[in-house]
Design a protein around this ligand. Structure first.
Ligand code: BV8
Length: 267
């Protein structure tokens, strides 16, 4: 599909008529906040790539190195703010209760922008998990007072509560994300290279179930040819305009009339 030059009226109409919308975000949605992406030209966190250190094997071999890497990322993320893309998504969610936000990001910026229930497929860098009891806890100290941090209850090693490569996604998060992909009438895919599975399959699940799937990205991705449209541009530019146009179209709150909703599902 050729990248759409801009946001067409027809596209706004179709998105506005969606009875259920799912938004899937990746690292690109946080890029304009100053958070490095994973695979772009700045796709390095310090001198490490996620695939090198975001693994149980790397943690087992050197928990201190892995924790230093996560602490570096936490300090970087603590110093940045949500950008207009995060804020536009939160605005759309608060204007209509039929939007489900699913994110691959672990930075917590959607919640800081006001999103109330992001489905965090890959966990959250601000939480830790006891390697012995699997209990999770919020880890506010920034920077960490001790590295590697130990469980305050049993003294065992804590690990970041994120999903490492080779680890399964949290059942409840993936089930909610899969349900949101299967049942939506429209999916916005924002700032992901669509490389990491199983998250990358969600847009195709939505498409397969009849949804309108629109990507927002600064470039084309492996799914661009398989979905309905790619709005080529920065999320921080495209999303505020797109959300404004959708809310204008629906009179400020996205609760389509039954006729409109019927029109959408009959597509
Ligand atoms: C699993 C948390 C099974 C940790 C992350 C070979 C083929 C296919 C799959 C595999 C394979 N080998 C291995 C696999 C599976 C593997 C995988 O998919 N690997 C990839 C690399 C090939 N997946 C897994 O291991 C998953 N688990 O499969 O388990 C299993 C099942 C049962 C039992 C046991 C095992 C787990 C994957 C989760 C890994 N954890 N993060 C941490 O962060 O430290 S993944 C990491 O990548 C982040 O979460 C990130 O969100 C995610 C995806 O990347 P993106 O978000 O898309 O970021 P990226 O930089 O790639 O792209 C940014 C995009 O934004 C670009 O397109 C860019 O153009 C765009 N952009 C930039 N700026 C902007 C913008 N767009 C708009 N506006 C802008 N301003």
């Amino acid at each position: 599909m050729e990248p759409a030059a801009g946001i067409t009226e027809r596209l706004v109409e179709r998105l506005s008529c969606a009875a259920r919308m799912t938004i899937l975000t990746g690292a690109g949605v946080s890029h304009e906040s100053g958070v490095p992406t994973f695979r772009g030209e700045d796709g390095l966190w310090g001198k490490y790539r996620a695939e090198e250190l975001a693994t149980w094997r790397a943690f087992e071999a050197d928990p201190e190195l892995v924790w230093r890497w996560y602490d570096y990322r936490r300090q970087l993320i603590a110093d940045v703010n949500p950008n207009p893309a995060h804020l536009a998504i939160a605005r759309l969610e608060s204007a209509c209760d039929s939007v489900v936000l699913v994110t691959q990001n672990v930075d917590g910026l959607h919640a800081r922008a006001g999103s109330t229930a992001p489905v965090e497929l890959h966990g959250n860098i601000w939480r830790a998990r006891c390697t012995r009891e699997q209990t999770t806890l919020h880890l506010p100290d920034n920077p960490l007072s001790e590295i590697p941090p130990l469980c305050p209850k049993c003294g065992s090693l804590l690990r970041p509560d994120v999903v490492w490569f080779g680890e399964p996604l949290p059942n409840d998060a993936y089930e909610r994300a899969d349900e949101a992909a299967c049942s939506c009438d429209a999916m916005l895919v924002v700032g992901t290279s669509a490389m990491v599975r199983p998250a990358a399959s969600l847009p195709l699940v939505a498409k397969h179930n009849g949804a309108l799937v629109v990507e927002v990205n600064v470039g084309l991705t492996p799914i661009s040819a398989l979905i309905d449209a790619t709005l080529v541009g920065k999320a921080g530019d495209v999303l505020p305009e797109l959300v404004d146009r959708i809310l204008e179209h629906t009179g400020g709150s996205k609760s389509p009339s039954s006729a409109e909703a019927a029109e959408t599902t009959s597509r």
